[in-house]
Design a protein around this ligand. Sequence first.
Ligand code: SAH
Ligand code: SF4
Length: 346
Amino acid sequence: MKKDIVSMNFEELSIELKEMGLPKFRATQIYDWLHKKCVASFDEMTNISKDLINKLNDNFVIFSCTIEKKLVSQYDNTVKYLFSLPDGEYLECVVMDYKYGHTICVSTQVGCKMGCAFCASGIGGFKRQLAPSEILGQIYAAQRDLGLRISRIVLMGMGEPLDNYDNVMKFLQLVSDERGLNIGMRHISLSTSGIVPRIYDLLNERLQLTLSVSLHAPNNEIRSKIMPVNKSWNIEELLNACKIYADTTSRRISFEYAMMKGVNDTPECARELSKRLKGILCHINLIPANEVPEKGHERSSDSSINLFKSILEKDGHAVTVRRTLGSDINASCGQLRREKIKENQN
Ligand code: SAH
Ligand code: SF4
């Protein structure tokens, strides 16, 4: 089987090429083509001889995403891609155009095991893990297609990044490598539904990234109803890990809270949440929930979101309400793939 060259770090690539009898500068050249110029084939490597290109083709494969569908929002330039993978699976990613540059939201798994009640990504269950090259490939494909540089990354697409821990760590190493895209950890956010032991593992990596935690409820009763993960690691265990993480790294945790009408959006919920988060270095991000037909929840009204926000703010919390981007193109994760799977079934 051909080896996945894009998932290799510089040292691994150097060893592979050395074993093929190639001099060290070849590793520098090839790594540059793969991770800086982001080519999709060996044939594009113009400073490499035809012979060597053939040899590379015999031994390695460059993973690249095929664009199956591309939607551009008329309102805010948000671009959403549906990519197809060689094994017939589908992946989604979204590129958002912010004042300070382009941010990409990437997927880390095909499907998701976590089964959150409000999320389209888990519909159809978990399919498989994504390799580092397949996470990177989303960024490289978007950059090639749009002809621009991505400056920030959020791991908030389909899948639970901490359930694909080793591949996600390798991805982070590759994407922040100065020989590659060189995107600094401070420009990367990783979002988790709360796999507590992996949060401690991440803490031990001492990365400067932003940890986002999908909280979505102020207590175990509500959280266990909408997030099965809460039955494995409850809110006390989760918030304890978050406090230790924030205290040790001095980095603010970003708590995500999707506002769903009648589920988690009452003033009582706000007061309970406020108490719970007291003493944790954090930021609270309220997200007007995206409605997913199969899931049945409704988005909270603007007035209940504003009231919720003001209760938290009165207690001194830093709170933002996330803008809904690309509302005309189904930009929330899992939805395009869900439609595609349905389409294929018909
Ligand atoms: N699995 C990780 C990261 C991917 S989900 C996690 O759960 O954190 C990215 C974010 O989108 C999470 O905060 C998730 O809870 C949120 N999300 C999922 N479905 C949503 C919906 N229908 N409306 C609003 N936010 C949603
Ligand atoms: Fe998985 Fe995150 Fe969706 Fe939950 S919200 S099902 S963890 S992708």
